[in-house]
Design a protein around this ligand. Sequence first.
Ligand SMILES: *[C@@H]1O[C@H](CO)[C@@H](O)[C@H](O)[C@H]1NC(C)=O
Ligand SMILES: *[C@@H]1O[C@H](CO)[C@@H](O)[C@H](O)[C@H]1NC(C)=O
Ligand SMILES: *[C@@H]1O[C@H](CO)[C@@H](O)[C@H](O)[C@H]1NC(C)=O
Length: 427
Amino acid sequence: MAIPRLSSLFRCRKWAKSDWLVAFLGFLLIVFFLSFFFDSTSDSVPSVDRPLPIAYPPDLVKLKLSSKAKERGAFCLDGSLPGYHFRNGSGSGSKSWLLHLEGGGWCSTIASCSSRAMTRLGSSNYFEDEVAFQGVLSSDPSQNPDFFNWNRVMVRYCDGASFAGRPEAEFKNETRLFFRGQLIWEAIMAELLSMGMSDAKQAILTGCSAGGLASLIHCDYFRDHLPKDAAVKCISDGGYFLNVPDVHGNPTMRSFYHDIANLQGVHKSLDQKCVAKTDPFKCMFPENFLKNIRTPVFLVNAAYDFWQIAHVLVPASDDPDKSWAKCRLNIKECNAAQLKVLHGFRSSLMDGIGVFHQNRVGGMFIDSCFSHCQSLMPVTWHSPTSTRIENKTIAESVGDWYFNRKPVKLIDCPYPCNPSCYNSNFT
Ligand SMILES: *[C@@H]1O[C@H](CO)[C@@H](O)[C@H](O)[C@H]1NC(C)=O
Ligand SMILES: *[C@@H]1O[C@H](CO)[C@@H](O)[C@H](O)[C@H]1NC(C)=O
Ligand SMILES: *[C@@H]1O[C@H](CO)[C@@H](O)[C@H](O)[C@H]1NC(C)=O
């Protein structure tokens, strides 16, 4: 089906100039968040196969460079200061804190880290001055029913190794790249603790994609630095990366993680119980360390995660005859044989989270959408038309789990059974 873009949005009624502006900004933000996780080489504009939803007015939050980073030697890849965006909590949320760790892939070689150092994923010189707080970060209760009045922080990602790199691995072959993700994490934690987070009564560490992996890696550190009587939990959104071979049987993701871990020296930042037992880089795969995390964890993950399909399962470099060219970018274009492969990917995810499913304090929302990072946009997090399982949005599910209203272990039926899915289309 061809996808109407802005046209369908505007068909409904006559719009005032300000509506157009708001809708356009909202649209840009959606494009921004989606394009972010995609090949920086492809500048295709993603669209969806349902009319675009209501555009909420953007809530822009200013960048703050870290004041504790310099003294702690915490720098982005290029040596610039790391930063974050902070929205103050209010009322009943003034002692509640939600930290979101930004995502955006990884770099695994000197060359790729050097190019990254010249972008906003490797240098604060290129950070936006303001970002829109949407979804789990939103101040709007209709979009974010449980956390809208919490203190909310988006921590910018500029180290290229899920906030886990170490200076010991630096300056190989006389390069001037800083591998200080772990120090960035610690410096920003120290700063937020001094800003009132040390009195937190409730706290959540979350993040999406590479940031979703980081929220698992740093979950117990977060717990251990907050008051003992605080309710502390972690969410990983689109952060459950699988150690599976690609469609041609090559260990693409495994080699990638191996190279990131070696280049940036992340071993000491990973779960030490896991590291003692296996090749340390394998402890970047949640399936190998999730069971060791002491703090309650919630997994939000699409079973047909578009980033993993396009990078783990069918990397562009491993599709020489281009038979997957369309399917890897739009699930609607997959033929029966390809869908079978995608269902196999879903099965691997199910196997991976099998043990976690028994975890008494854990929670999950595994939908069957072609999606990735679903907590950052109202259309996937919470709105009248957003993705649901058993008639519950992701926001409602996470809220029920965080506040112990009821256990939440939601697993969707296989694609294409869920009509509420927001399936992205990058073709
Ligand atoms: C943030 O909120 C707290 C408590 O509500 C208040 O004491 C503090 O002054 C606020 N800070 C800013 C920067 O608004
Ligand atoms: C450094 O250079 C050597 C020799 O050219 C090469 O084998 C090695 O992979 C390089 N190290 C990194 C981290 O790129
Ligand atoms: C689904 O939830 C909405 C509100 O959250 C409610 O209005 C609706 O009746 C529910 N539908 C079903 C089938 O339970």
